[in-house]
Design a binder for this molecule. Structure first.
Ligand SMILES: *Cc1c(COP(=O)(O)O)cnc(C)c1O
Length: 373
């Protein structure tokens, strides 16, 4: 049997009864759109963050898009973010009608280099979208100072950082609003698509509820501007309620997997060229993915196929080099750290239900491959 980097099918086998019970709860309730399951999840997810508001939406991409729109971002505005992210971050900025502007990332943590943000601010800049990549947070203090000085909105992309902390503060509580994805592979994953935006701001909450519901505040009446249909599905919401109770357990299990990788591979760093994840000061990492780096990445991935281990790259192409974003005008070489990372990074299997036996198999296969390289 092939070992993959994700384990949501293994998790289903462990949690099957609870998941199917959630499905039956919704199907039998007669409330298939919004209703008590979505309201319940929104209340519980907001409470998890100690925030007054959570608005469930249909996926993480639309969580970023609606988050930006709810903060007043639109056509003609510029939004500063990173190219070293999942393309959906940037797709969402484009969908909101704004122009993405990229800064490079830190060569050690691979997170937004906040020192580069100020130089990217223009009179058209309206927002900054820091991405808490791989499960750890961007340093938010410099961004908050900058946002205040220039009157910018801060939207955290938390799609990879459910439950992560930065100097004790939860990801999603450090900006004006925060976008989450519940795509099945994420640290808190649904059984299909799902997303949410959390915020402490009453005005942003009200905008979000209107934007996800055609632009209506009252049924059948579009108030200010036409919105979208971006509601969180009730079945996914009920499943997420069950899984939210286990979120801290998932995170603890992921940290244990990371600890075992460090223990099993730590002696190889340096000479072999293998680089393990670095944790930035003040961060509690949740390890959405366990990203390592090696100059001979492609050869390693190929050799591991012989051990029935199928690895993944998050992400193989920097967004600014994709033909779909050629119109943004970034030449190759313009974001050197991002571009060099894309050639060398790869992810090892990481999920809460990864067994020590299976992980040992991965560690020993990787050790053998590196020795023969
Ligand atoms: C997964 C992801 C998204 C998009 O979420 P979807 O639910 O797949 O639309 C956005 N940003 C980042 C950083 C992601 O990892």
């Amino acid at each position: 049997m092939t070992t993959y980097v994700w384990g949501y099918l293994e998790e289903y086998h462990e949690e099957r009864e609870d998941i199917l019970d959630a499905v039956q709860t919704v199907f039998g309730s007669g409330r298939l759109v919004l209703g008590p399951s979505v309201e319940g999840f929104e209340r519980e997810y907001a409470a998890y963050h100690g925030l007054p508001h959570c608005v469930g939406v249909d996926n993480g991409t639309n969580a970023v898009k609606l988050g930006l729109e709810a903060l007043g971002v639109g056509r003609g505005d510029e939004v500063i973010t990173v190219s070293n992210t999942a393309a959906p971050t940037v797709v969402a900025i484009d969908e909101a009608g704004a122009t993405p502007v990229f800064v490079d990332v830190d060569p050690v943590t691979y997170l937004m280099d906040t020192a580069q943000v100020e130089a990217a601010v223009t009179p058209r800049t309206r927002a900054v979208v820091p991405v808490h990549l791989y499960g750890q947070c961007v340093d938010m203090a410099p961004l908050r100072r900058l946002a205040e000085a220039h009157g910018l909105a801060l939207l955290e992309d938390c799609a990879q950082a459910h439950g992560a902390r930065h100097h004790g503060r939860l990801a999603g509580t450090m900006g004006d609003a925060a976008a989450f994805s519940f795509y099945p592979t994420k640290v808190l994953g649904a059984y299909g698509d799902g997303g949410a935006v959390v915020t402490a701001r009453d005005d942003v909450d009200r905008n979000l509820r209107r934007l996800r519901y055609y632009g209506m505040e009252e049924t059948y009446y579009v108030v200010a501007t036409p919105g979208h249909n971006c509601r969180l599905d009730a079945v996914q919401a009920e499943i997420l309620r069950r899984k939210l109770r286990r979120l801290d357990g998932y995170i603890a299990a992921r940290r244990e997997v990371a600890r075992r990788y460090a223990e099993g591979l730590g002696d190889l760093t340096g000479e072999s060229g293998l680089v393990l994840p670095a944790i930035a000061p003040g961060n509690d990492h949740v390890y959405y993915v366990y990203v390592v780096r090696h100059p001979r990445r492609d050869a390693i991935i190929e050799a591991l196929k012989g051990y029935d281990i199928s690895l993944n790259i998050s992400y193989p192409w920097p967004v600014h080099t994709m033909t779909g974003f050629a119109h943004l005008g970034y030449a190759t070489g313009s974001l050197p750290v991002t571009e060099s990372l894309a050639k060398e990074i790869f992810s090892l299997p990481m999920y809460a239900s990864l067994t020590p036996d299976l992980q040992d198999k991965v560690i020993s296969a990787l050790r053998q491959v590196l020795e023969r390289l």
